[in-house]
Design a protein around this ligand. Structure first.
Ligand code: SF4
Length: 349
């Protein structure tokens, strides 16, 4: 039996019941694939259900307000995914008369849809014979074929696409792609693959050569940048202040407290004597509380975050920020780390 037949057969018998597996609707597949790009299946389930019940089709997503879309996405991270989906929904409704693209090449024209997502939608929804190669599939292929080409190089990517294209031949493409992803997510997992229970272990070249844990290969080590964020929670009677992040940076479109970012970690004394702080406040400032440093890891960044609760008496830059009632803050889309801090009740204490 061919390896691909065994993996598909294994998928039919063992696949997890996931709500987006009960449909071929391209809109639903699109939403699920975008969510799953950076999010684990278990976490994505609830978000998917909420998203689909609020925006059941491309039309309703196109008509939504961006804040509403981001609020539903809050906690999933990588917010550019939500903004791009929103833009693409508008493009489909306004430019394509609401008709969802049904070919790989046309799907690639949607903002935020790369080769993997386009292949997943084209194969699952439209039966197009094209392999979807994501991180799970790279891992499975590299081990099955003992292929050491680095997956983060153009040459390596091309090699893995060829291997996947070779395997997908004559298969039901949507099932093949889902079977490979599921196999990588549940059997051929990164650190402790279940080789003892693997249905293709006798054909796995990496297992026979003892190279399983060296694969997949990468050329570059991931560089992580440290950033130091100081959030000023300024209390003005029952109000506080927020700003919307606008630059092309993390969390674009989300709201945050007034922010001072520094190049390295500094203590409170240094913060309040610095120019950025002095631009916001006149005279003496009463800081009620300083949080511990919170470390928040993003894929390429380590954020070191501190919150400072301050009484607004001398805050004179009020007009540069949105003043909101503390009771209303939960209506605003904010980064997960800020949401978590707010939920600890610090604003009301
Ligand atoms: Fe992956 Fe192990 Fe199966 Fe090889 S034998 S495909 S490494 S789970």
């Amino acid at each position: 039996m061919k390896i691909s037949d065994i993996i598909i057969d294994y998928y039919y018998k063992n696949k997890r019941e996931l709500v987006w597996r009960n449909t071929k609707n391209p809109y639903s597949i699109w939403v699920s694939e975008i969510m799953l790009q950076q999010t684990r299946v278990n976490q994505a389930k609830d978000f998917f259900n909420r998203f689909i019940s609020c925006f059941p089709d491309v039309q309703s997503l196109a008509e939504a307000d961006e804040n509403e879309v981001l609020k539903l996405w809050q906690g999933l991270g990588y917010y550019s995914r939500a903004r791009n989906m929103h833009l693409s929904a508008k493009f489909i409704v306004n430019e394509l008369k609401g008709s969802f693209p049904n070919k790989y090449e046309d799907l690639l024209k949607l903002k935020g849809v790369g080769e993997y997502t386009a292949a997943a939608i084209a194969s699952i929804s439209f039966n197009e014979q094209i392999a979807a190669v994501d991180g799970n599939v790279y891992r499975v292929l590299s081990r099955l074929f003992d292929e050491h080409s680095p997956i983060d190089t153009a040459k390596g990517k091309k090699r893995f696409k060829e291997l996947a294209a070779y395997m997908i031949e004559e298969q039901a493409p949507g099932d093949f792609n889902q079977a490979m992803m599921e196999f990588g997510a549940t059997v051929c997992i990164p650190a402790k693959p279940n080789c003892n229970q693997c249905p293709v272990s006798t054909q796995c070249l990496a297992l026979s050569k003892g190279t399983v844990l060296q694969l997949p290969s990468k050329k570059k080590a991931l560089k992580v940048k440290n950033r130091y964020l100081h959030y000023l929670i300024i209390i003005d009677n029952n109000n506080t202040f927020l700003q919307k992040r606008k630059n092309n940076d993390i969390w674009k479109g989300l709201y945050e407290f007034p922010l001072i970012e520094t190049q390295k970690q500094i203590n409170t004394q240094k913060l309040i004597s610095g120019d950025d702080f002095r631009k916001l406040f006149k005279g003496k400032v009463h800081i009620e509380h300083v949080s511990e440093e919170i470390k928040h890891r993003l894929s390429h960044q380590m954020l070191h975050i501190r919150f400072y609760k301050i009484v607004a008496e001398n805050f004179f830059e009020k007009t540069a920020y949105t003043s909101i009632s503390i009771d209303e803050i939960e209506k605003y889309p904010v980064p997960k780390v800020i949401d978590k801090y707010i939920r600890e009740g610090v604003l009301k204490n």
